[in-house]
Ligand binder design. Structure first.
Ligand code: AMP
Ligand code: GLY
Length: 429
């Protein structure tokens, strides 16, 4: 426990960061909150700073200028690029806490090949795989030939969520493999991970760790496709739900024993410094959890339901994490359902327009609206500034009650060509 009041700088600009900012701002332990660069919603909770998270020098200067005590890294890019190490290496930034893993730890998300090797070395259940480069493409073909369709191909490096291809025929798989190795995702696909296809239902498990102890946050499920019934193109996420009915005590006991504990121990054993969030993208195959992917940050739009269900003081939890006594923290979770429904720009995830005025937010009642792609225009009007625009989150005694509340508020919010899915959570009890 601490009574210290702290200044925090949060990096990122999406719905995830808006939800984290909302939660941080409720803490008695917060002095000032800064968000870089933030969006037109995060400034309700703190001060936006016009700084790019990948510009480490500018981030460091802001930390010094604003006497920031803790840096919370919302998105993966600065972590994979080594922002935690950069802070550790600067004599004038000693004592600034950083929530987010070292560059070595961030490889769990930054390299799928590394993540698969890590899981293999630590006995963590995941799909069988084979890593291919231009040098061993023939072996890649052989591995594909030994798989049953569909075929899963993943760019090794970061690809803004687009680096996974799932194709139905062997010929297509071989062709895509050649194209990926040929630079389809630039350097990110110079190595391709081919995986066995796992059939099941997915969920997102979020773990906070100080490197030794860990705490599990509410489990969520996100809905990735643009169309209802999970049809159409992949998006950054169209909505999410928490809790997840199949992630019951028996399932979560397996997740802890088979996945979370070996992950934390593996990080220690392999000397991968890690203080922050671990996002386990899991698939439930007939009652058994397998890891589909690791991310080294919170999920978006899962954070927009996880933060509302977390009853702990987030600043207190993050201080405990940074200071290495997370073991003293007890997690408290709101028993209600939380759902979020994303309002997106018509055309997304393909071409869409920006700069459309957003109206009706004042009329919202009984939901929390987290901003994602929003900005203020030259006349200081609130306008759309991205594909995913607003996440409308509601609580309910049931999933349906929460959804109905979000839909009632979405009806009041308008912008040209607004679109949202009406079936978030449809596949859960
Ligand atoms: P990822 O970026 O690794 O999360 O992959 C994107 C999506 O592809 C996942 O959310 C899954 O729906 C799907 N996916 C990835 N790997 C597999 C796999 N081995 N088997 C089945 N589906 C997968
Ligand atoms: N919702 C999935 C992600 O944030 O990667």
């Amino acid at each position: 426990m601490t009574n210290e009041k702290v200044n925090i700088l949060l990096l990122g600009s999406g719905g995830r960061e808006c939800a984290i900012a909302w939660k941080l701002s409720q803490s008695q332990l917060l002095n000032h909150l800064f968000i870089a660069p933030g969006n037109a919603g995060t400034d309700q909770y703190g001060q936006n700073l016009n700084i790019k998270p990948l510009d480490f020098e500018a981030v460091a200067q802001a930390v010094l200028d604003h006497k920031v005590d803790m840096l919370v890294v919302g998105n993966e890019d600065p972590l994979v690029a080594g922002i935690a190490d950069y802070f550790k290496g600067r004599a004038d930034l000693q004592g600034v806490r950083v929530i987010g893993p070292s560059r070595l730890g961030a490889q769990l998300e930054g390299s799928k090949d590394f993540a698969k090797g890590f899981m293999e070395r630590n006995g963590i259940p995941t799909a069988k795989y084979f890593s291919v480069t231009a040098a061993n493409i023939e072996e890649g073909y052989k591995f594909l030939e030994a798989q049953k369709p569909p075929y899963v191909l993943k760019a090794d490096g970061l690809a803004a969520g687009k680096g996974v291809l799932i194709v139905d025929t062997l010929d297509e798989a071989k062709q895509e493999l050649r194209q990926m190795l040929g630079g389809m995702f630039g350097k990110s696909s110079a190595t391709v991970v081919i995986e066995q296809f796992l059939k099941g239902i997915e969920c997102s498990v979020f773990v906070l760790t100080d490197g030794v102890s860990y705490r599990v946050l509410p489990v969520a499920k996100d809905y990735k496709r643009i169309g209802e019934n999970e049809q159409g193109l992949n998006t950054g996420g169209m909505g999410s739900v928490s809790p997840v009915s199949f992630a019951n005590d028996a399932f979560m006991a397996k997740v802890r024993e088979r996945i979370i504990e070996p992950t934390i121990k593996g990080l220690q054993k392999e000397q991968l410094p890690y203080c922050g969030f671990v996002f386990l993208g899991l698939i439930n195959v007939e009652g058994d959890p397998y890891v589909i992917e690791y991310n080294v940050r919170m999920g978006d739009p899962e954070t927009e339901v996880v933060m509302p269900r977390l009853q702990n003081d987030l600043v207190e939890m993050l201080l405990a994490t940074a200071d290495g006594h997370l073991a003293d923290t007890r997690i408290s979770i709101d028993p209600r359902y939380a759902v979020t429904v994303m309002m997106v720009s018509g055309g997304y995830p393909e071409k869409y327009e920006k700069g459309k005025p957003i109206t009706g937010l004042d009329a919202v009642d009984g939901s929390v609206v987290f901003h994602a792609g929003t900005a203020r225009d030259a006349q200081d009007r609130l306008v759309t500034a991205g594909g995913r625009v607003l996440a409308v989150t509601s609580y309910g005694a049931t999933k349906q009650e929460a959804l109905d509340q979000s839909f009632a508020n979405i009806a009041k919010i308008n912008f040209d060509k607004k679109y949202f899915r009406r079936d978030i959570g449809f596949d859960l009890k």
